[in-house]
Design a protein around this ligand. Structure first.
Ligand SMILES: [Mg+2]
Length: 380
């Protein structure tokens, strides 16, 4: 079970600078991105949502129950209208001056969750105060911290390793996508040793070292245009030739793509060279060269190669380039069509890699409006 333990004031909704209490409907304002991120987290990410909030002196004359529950119910109704529901809502009413045993950062209210079946690697505490991050530390979970200017305070060094500072809910979604859709592959044979780490929804940041400069360049382009964070280290028997290294890089990368397709809910499935409304714009030009790349995350490995490459590029022969893409599609369990024409082999191969990146980016795009597997069979 994956959980998001989420603070309320200053995290889900704005905190009024004067009273720091949401005690009227006029003060209820959601933070940007809350609804879309929670909806995605619940429907695509499979997260259970738990609200945990300190409401100082709730039920006393300074903060009567009726002033709190109206805005609270409205908040829950707004979220429910988008299908966002809560596995638990926990409110501590004690004042900060005389805290109860249950008041954050006490973890007591959350113990039933964290002592049960919980995926601690992918569960988070989300909050705007250092006390929220102290709660994360006590639960031995990672904290996502939306710093609130109303409560300027540095993180104590002891809890800093548990905390990632995030500027917005959009960034929270990126972090969740990163932890849900990251895979590592290490493949060692007598001919090569390939180790890679792939984050599907990343920032296009790559570190590639295969010992073949041109292949590094191509994989860098692929990762950038696919929007992946990709680190890849390959040590191969280049004293023989480049065949084993090129082939085994394709195998490892294909296995990573296969791993990451374990959950296909909400994916777009199909992708072409670029995102546009008319087919002609989906071609990917590179100076005099033109490439068309189409993929289907079908679960079946297949490649069709129609590339007029007459000479080796980057010390890699045309047949080996074809083998690279065929291996990638077979190991990655996806259908791949490649077409390219041009006068310069470098440009043609480059256009193919860029086009593949764009096509895979589109195919892996996810929609929380339809968090189902896009097939009449119900499975891919
Ligand atoms: Mg707060």
């Amino acid at each position: 079970m994956r959980y998001l333990f989420i603070d309320r004031d200053g995290t889900l909704i704005e905190e009024p600078p004067d009273t720091q209490q949401i005690d009227s409907y006029e003060k209820l304002r959601l933070l940007p991105g809350v609804i879309s991120t929670l909806k995605w987290a619940q429907q695509v990410g499979g997260y259970q949502l738990v609200m945990i909030t300190n409401q100082d002196g709730l039920g006393t004359a300074s903060f009567p129950d009726e002033a709190f529950w109206g805005p609270q119910r409205l908040l829950l109704d707004i979220l429910a209208s988008e299908g966002i529901t809560w596995a638990g809502i926990h409110i501590d009413r004690s004042p900060a001056a005389s805290p109860s045993f249950y008041r954050k950062p006490s973890p007591l209210l959350l113990l039933p969750y964290v002592t049960g079946a919980i995926d601690k690697e992918r569960s988070f505490v989300i909050g705007d105060r250092v006390s929220d991050m102290e709660l994360a530390c006590r639960l031995r979970l990672r904290g996502l911290w939306l710093p609130n200017p109303l409560h300027p305070r540095g993180l104590p060094p002891a809890i800093a390793p548990f905390v990632e500072e995030v500027p917005s809910w959009a960034e929270i979604r990126r972090v969740l996508e990163s932890v849900l859709f990251t895979t590592r592959v290490h493949r060692r044979t007598r001919e090569t040793d390939v180790c890679l780490n792939l984050t599907l929804y990343g920032r296009g940041a790559t570190q590639i070292h295969t010992g073949i400069g041109f292949l590094d360049h191509m994989l860098t382009l692929l990762g950038y245009h696919a929007g992946w964070d990709l680190t890849l280290e390959a040590k191969g028997d280049l004293h023989v030739d480049s065949h084993h290294t090129v082939e085994d890089v394709a195998i490892a990368l294909g296995q990573a793509l296969r791993n990451i397709q374990a959950d296909k809910r909400g994916i777009h499935r199909y992708g072409q060279s670029a995102e546009a409304s008319t087919p002609i714009w989906r071609a990917l030009p590179m100076d005099e060269s033109l490439a068309l790349v189409a993929v289907d995350l079908s679960g079946r490995g297949y490649a069709h190669w129609e590339v007029a490459l007459s000479e080796g590029v980057g010390s890699i022969a045309p047949a080996l380039w074809k083998h690279f893409f065929e291996t990638l599609a077979r190991e990655g369990h996806f259908t791949l069509h490649l077409w390219a024409r041009g006068a310069e082999g470098h440009h043609m191969v480059e256009a193919l890699f860029k086009g593949l990146g764009r096509a895979l980016r589109e195919a892996f795009r996810r929609s929380y409006d339809q968090p189902t597997v896009p097939s009449t069979k119900g499975v891919l």
